[in-house]
Design a protein around this ligand. Sequence first.
Ligand code: SAM
Ligand code: DTB
Ligand code: SF4
Length: 315
Amino acid sequence: MTDLRYDWGHEEIMALMELPFSDLMFQAQNIHRQHFDANAVQVSTLLSIKTGGCSEDCGYCSQSARNKTGLERERLLPIDEVVQQAQAAKSKGASRFCMGAAWRSPKEKDFVHVLQMVDEVRKLGMETCMTLGMLDDDQVQRLQQAGLDYYNHNLDTSPEYYGEVISTRTYQDRLDTLERVRQAGMNVCSGGIVGMGESRADRASLLQQLANLSMHPESVPVNMLVKVEGTPLSDVEDLDPLEFVRTIAVARILMPQSMVRLSAGRTDMNDELQALCFLAGANSIFYGERLLTTDNPDADHDRRLFERLGIHTLQ
Ligand code: SAM
Ligand code: DTB
Ligand code: SF4
C-alpha cells in the first residue's frame, strides 16, 4: 500500500506530469490497483436545485449574472420535485445524489429547505452531496446534523491562475470553507477545471493544493471546461486531451485513496478518451443526461460504454 503524503512539492509533481505517457499511466495504474477494484466505477447524479442569477463572476460559468448566456434565472426547486428526481436517479442506478445551487453562499430562508432536502434524499437510501458555495461554521454544523454525506467545493485552478478566472471570492475563502467542512466531519469533494487556458504548471499547482490539504478530499472531480457561449472563457483554445488524461493520472498518484471523478466535459470526449481516463485511475463519473445546466452523455450510452469496458458500478 502506498503511504499517504501531504507534502508534495511542485517540482516533483511537474516531474510526474512530464513523464513519458506510458510510464505515467503505468504508475497511476499500479497505485490504482493497490487501493481499488480497477473495474469498478461509482456513479453520482447531479441536479441544479437553484439555477442562474449568481452574484459571482466565475469566468467559466453559465450561471453568473454577469455572463450573458441566455440562461433563465430560476427559484429554489420545491422539495417534492427534488425528491422525485432523486428517486428517478436511484432507479437508474445512481448511488449518490448531488444537489447544486448558483449561490455565493446560502441564505437562511433557503437554507432551511436545503436541510430538508438532505433529510428526504437520505431517506431514499442514497448518499447525499451538496454544493452551495461558501459556508460559515453554523451552516456546516447544521448540514452535518442533517446527515449530509459530502460537500462539494472546488478550488477550480491553481492559486497563481485563479485571478484570471474569478475575482469575487478569494482562494483563501475556498480553503476556509473546505477546512470547515473537514472539521465538521463531512466528506470533502474538491477538485477543479482544466482547459481554461492555464499552463501545465498551473495544473500541477492545483493538484498540489488538493493533495496537501489537511486530508485528501474523499472525492476529486476533474472537470474539462465546458465552453459556454456568453462566458469569458467560451473561446479559449482547446486543451490536448492527453493532457487531461495526465491530470487524472497525477491526481490518482498524489491521492491514492480518493475517488477521482471524470466530471464535466464528457459529451465532447469519445469513448476511447474516456477509457484512457479510467485507465489513468478515474473511478467515478456523473451519470444522467444533465450536469447542472449543460448536457452529459445519456445513461444508455454510458451503460454501453461500461459494458464494452467490463466496468461495473459501485453501490
Ligand atoms: N455556486 C457554487 C460554487 O461555485 O461553489 C456551487 C455550484 S458550481 C456550478 C460547482 C462547480 O462546477 C464549480 O466550482 C466548477 O468547478 C464547476 N463548473 C461550473 N461551470 C463549469 C463549466 N462550464 N465547465 C466545467 N466545470 C464547471
Ligand atoms: C463538479 O466538480 N462538477 C459538477 C459538480 N462538481 C457540481 C458541475 C459541473 C458543471 C458543468 C457545467 C454546467 O452544467 O453548468
Ligand atoms: Fe456562481 Fe458557482 Fe457559477 Fe461561480 S461557479 S458563478 S459561484 S454558480
